[in-house]
Design a protein around this ligand. Structure first.
Ligand SMILES: [Zn+2]
Length: 136
């Protein structure tokens, strides 16, 4: 899979005045095709909750790696230096994905809440007990 984000802008107009700009984030696979929408994989969900059952195609596809994959895709999209509006939309999406990481996230194995270390860039995925059992 060679995943990439396909970001499209949709302007909602009312009497030919733009009243709202929406950004649609789609995940595409360049190995499938370089043509959109033939390479469409799924929509990038606004929020990812890996501790519960998958609730969208994206989570079904990437499971425990959903959050990581989504962030990687967004960061890769930023590296392509989009215009400032798109950058803002991407940053907003990254922020939406973040809250679950920072505070009390749950252990991906046993579901116990984990205290996250704010200094640490990468959040813990497993509680101390599970981690010492070899979950990484
Ligand atoms: Zn645990």
């Amino acid at each position: 899979m060679n995943l990439k984000l396909h970001i499209t802008k949709r302007e909602i107009t009312h009497h030919s005045t733009i009243i709202k700009t929406k950004y649609l984030f789609s995940v595409i696979d360049l190995d499938r095709s370089d043509q959109y929408p033939q390479n469409f994989v799924s929509v990038l969900p606004r929020k990812i909750n890996v501790t519960v059952k998958p609730c969208n195609i994206f989570e079904e596809l990437f499971g425990n790696r959903s959050l990581e994959t989504a962030k990687q895709l967004l960061e890769k999209a930023l590296e392509r230096r989009p215009n400032s509006e798109t950058t803002k939309a991407i940053r907003h999406r990254l922020k939406l994905l973040n809250p679950q990481l920072n505070n009390k996230s749950k252990c991906q194995n046993c579901g116990k809440p984990i205290k996250q270390n704010k200094q640490k860039f990468r959040p813990y995925k497993f509680c101390y007990q599970c981690h010492s059992k070899g979950y990484k």
